[in-house]
Design a protein around this ligand. Sequence first.
Ligand SMILES: Cc1cc2nc3c(=O)[nH]c(=O)nc-3n(C[C@H](O)[C@H](O)[C@H](O)COP(=O)(O)OP(=O)(O)OC[C@H]3O[C@@H](n4cnc5c(N)ncnc54)[C@H](O)[C@@H]3O)c2cc1C
Length: 340
Amino acid sequence: MPTVVQHDADLTALNSFGVPARAAHFARISDTDELQQALDFAAEQRLPLLVLGGGSNTLFLGNYHGLVLHVANRGIQWSDDSRRVTVAAGENWHDFVSLSIERGFYGLENLALIPGLVGAAPIQNIGAYGRELADVFVELEAIDLQTGKHHTLDKAACEFGYRDSLFKSDPETQWLIWSVTLQLQAKDQPDTSYAALQKVLAEQGDAQVSAKAVFATVCAIRRSKLPDPAELGNAGSFFKNPLVSADKLAALQAEHADVPHFATDSAKLVKLPAAWLIEQAGWKGKRRGQAGVHEQHALVIVNHGHATGEEIFLLAQEISASVLNKFGVALQPEVRLIHG
Ligand SMILES: Cc1cc2nc3c(=O)[nH]c(=O)nc-3n(C[C@H](O)[C@H](O)[C@H](O)COP(=O)(O)OP(=O)(O)OC[C@H]3O[C@@H](n4cnc5c(N)ncnc54)[C@H](O)[C@@H]3O)c2cc1C
């Protein structure tokens, strides 16, 4: 067995729900030699592979019987002239955002304090406060885990959508993202168009808002609203906001005149806030044993201390079933579910 591969590794600290789970095989990958050793071992043993970053969008439903590849490569290449930056997948996302603003590379301030690593950011095209990764994305380097070959994928190839990308939908290829290249700006001109952000900035009386001010405000809002996974296990929003047709919205409005909704890029689809649907179905603050729905945020499922992945999953299923029953709207998990 190569030295990079460990047996029977504890994954409790590598998932932000903090549920107990073990990996039959585990490798921390810092460079391409380590990756090759791990891939050779997996091929020899015919093991399935799971790529894991910080585990903040992952729910383990039990132990994982294959090989976990925990991405840990580091390094950032800043191009001061063009404000282009290439970041290794194993860098911490928030630390990178913070460094970029310090260095005068602007454009990521709205995406501050999203937990996890850089390599996971393209997977669901992370987004918050009116911005998403796709807004600044240029290309990424990814390794096809079946062939071991490196590929460069540009923005069109990544097929970004709302909390979606090629990497979520491609059943053929298992990719490991190795680095991500972004185009940031020298101009300190943050996007403050998102209503909830604008409101707080206005209350603070910030007339000329800088990227640093937006970064600090986004961090403060997030700290006040979202539970810290270090204190209360969670993975942020458990479900995606569902997209429904205009006809479906009209049918819902006939019974619930106040249903909130948002326009999307498609004229045919509107987005409904999953949190509103869940709250209306009576779930906010409810518990099922050690698993529960957060008291301030109906979209956040939490581990009250000793929940298993299975318990959290069962609660999520119960919530989806009751929303489907009440509104006829199906919820899709945003969190990646790992079944053994
Ligand atoms: C408190 C809290 C708040 C959050 N707020 C937001 C938010 O505002 N917006 C938002 O979009 N998300 C949010 N999230 C979700 C999460 O932070 C993001 O999805 C983040 O990008 C996950 O990073 P990770 O490294 O922890 O991913 P992991 O959970 O380790 O992995 C997630 C998925 O990506 C895959 N993956 C990870 N790394 C790689 C790689 N290098 N190559 C290929 N596949 C990979 C995994 O296989 C898995 O399918 C929040 C989570 C928490 C806990």
